[in-house]
Design a protein around this ligand. Structure first.
Ligand code: COA
Length: 179
């Protein structure tokens, strides 16, 4: 079974395995419709939903399927976002979210670089990828800045329920081993 480091450090961030008491901090941004617009889950209406989300994250971590780190900005320990990596060799897929007050400071690019570096060296993993809604320009920039290349236009690929229940067009990004 694949295991992940409980903590990944970058210059400005600590990515750490979350705990259930992070639910309140996560709820703060998970209830913001601007933040959840392009995500695969509904905008939360209560802190209970963040707790349920965290419980699912912790379970997937324990089973080695998906590793979700809470993003904290040094020197604080408050979770202001998450980044996760689903590992299904030969592919690992990254997803992320950050609270709005912290956008456009390069934080997510820093977090993606750290997770990409970790996932890229896992045995059997040849592709570290991500996908995003074609309208999510900030996310496409993050993936490009982190060193991934746009690999394709995936028509009607993912449901982003805060926009529509119809699957939406997405871009696929990847960093492939040896390229
Ligand atoms: C997408 C998201 C993670 C970006 O995080 P971030 O920390 O702000 O990202 P960075 O600061 O590293 O980079 C953002 C880049 O997008 C650019 N950008 C932001 N909004 C933009 C817009 N509307 N149009 C064009 N570029 C935009 C910024 O200028 C920056 O690029 P630059 O460095 O070339 O100037 C954050 O906005 C977020 O959490 N959004 C909601 C959740 C989400 O969409 N998650 C991704 C799902 S695929």
């Amino acid at each position: 079974m694949i295991t992940a480091p409980e903590v990944l450090e970058t210059v400005r961030l600590t990515l750490r395995r979350p705990v259930l008491s992070d639910a309140e901090a996560i709820s703060e941004y998970a209830t913001d419709p601007e933040v959840t617009r392009y995500l695969s889950w509904h905008t939360h209406r209560s802190a209970g939903e963040a707790r349920a989300l965290l419980e699912r994250c912790l379970k997937s971590w324990s089973s080695g399927e998906d590793f979700c780190w809470g993003i904290t900005i040094k020197p604080t320990d408050r979770v202001v976002g998450t980044i996760d990596c689903r590992v299904e060799p030969p592919v690992a897929t990254v997803g992320y979210v950050l609270a709005r007050p912290f956008w456009n400071r390069g934080y997510m690019t820093e977090a993606v670089r750290a997770v990409l570096a970790w996932a890229s060296q896992l045995p059997g993993v040849y592709t570290v990828g991500a996908f995003c809604d074609i309208e999510n320009v900030a996310s496409t920039r993050v993936l490009e800045k982190a060193g991934m290349s746009r690999e394709g236009f995936r028509r009607r690929y993912a449901v982003h329920p805060n926009i529509s229940l119809e699957p939406r067009d997405c871009y696929g990004y990847a960093k492939v081993r040896g390229t």
